[in-house]
Design a binder for this molecule. Structure first.
Ligand code: PAF
Length: 281
């Protein structure tokens, strides 16, 4: 695996592959890689000849109250995992390379509506940061396809909408969430959990599965959401939100919708965990 941090080196390698007619897949990450990220690389191999990954802890997507300094940095271990997964090229830019004028003077991409609620409400500015950096990385890597984990369901909808709205010639491939045996979605944030909190954290997915089951026979969404919140809070976590939404628009679901997603976020110890379940009714 070749590692580059400069955009010129990146562009040279991409253009050499393009001249050979090779198809390129992209897996953007913020590092601290786990099995979920590696499953994105495995999926990318099914769609392209060359796999480019990036590791960039994007300052623009951290809300004002979130500490980017605490984000786990595990570059050496990450590289080993990417090599084992047969990644061809790793791009590791610094913030100066991505935002040379500084964050204040940087142009940005904002995707309306799908960015607004849920994590967009709890983390102001987060999705503007995500869509801006992903747009910039897409322009640098110019991939044919890009893989994103469905654990970040709202993020996938934001990126899919950006690609459609701005006519970017890139296929977005959503990849199923990898889970611990307990059902807990794999996430870099699970590193913040103690062994005891990991047990508690499994209640989030357990409650969402309960809710998904209820939806088959009960359309009283408000009552179901309130009951689910009570279950999560009773476990010792603090619910940020739990919503029954339309799977594509993310608007609150109506009784006529049959393509549904349950979206939830909850605080467990120092970690803010998110999860989702898609339900076809
Ligand atoms: O999902 C992530 O790790 C990040 O939000 C992404 C897509 C790499 C953008 O910084």
């Amino acid at each position: 695996m070749k590692t580059v941090s400069q955009t010129t080196e990146l562009r040279q390698q991409i253009s050499a592959w393009r001249k050979q007619g090779l198809k390129i897949a992209f897996v953007p990450t913020m590092g601290n890689l786990h099995a979920g990220h590696i499953s994105l690389v495995a999926e990318a191999h099914k769609h392209a000849d060359k796999i480019v990954a990036s590791i960039f802890i994007n300052p623009m997507q951290f809300a004002a109250n979130e500490d980017i300094g605490n984000y786990p940095r595990t570059m050496d271990a990450d590289k080993k995992k990417l090599i084992a997964a047969n990644t061809d090229l790793l791009f590791t830019p610094t913030a100066d390379i991505i935002y040379p004028k500084g964050l204040d003077k940087q142009s940005y991409v904002e995707v309306p509506n799908v960015s607004d609620g849920y994590c967009g409400e709890s983390r102001p500015g987060h999705f503007r940061g995500v869509s801006t950096v992903v747009c910039k990385l897409f322009n640098l890597v110019q991939p044919d396809v890009a893989c994103f984990g469905l654990k970040d369901y709202q993020q996938v909808q934001v990126i899919q909408t950006m690609v459609e709205d701005l006519s970017m010639p890139i296929e977005i491939i959503p990849v199923a969430t990898m889970r611990e045996q307990s059902g807990l979605a794999m996430s870099s944030r699970n590193n913040y959990l103690t062994a005891e909190e990991k047990v508690t954290a499994a209640t989030l997915n357990k409650t969402m599965r309960w809710l998904a089951e209820q939806l088959k026979s009960n359309k009283d969404f408000s009552a179901l959401m309130a009951q689910a919140k009570e279950k999560i809070d009773a476990s010792g976590m603090k619910t940020d939100y739990i919503h029954i939404s339309h799977a594509r628009t993310l608007n609150p679901a109506t009784a006529d919708d049959n393509d549904i997603v349950i979206l939830a976020a909850a605080h467990c110890g120092k970690a803010r965990l998110i999860d989702n379940i898609q339900v076809k009714l």
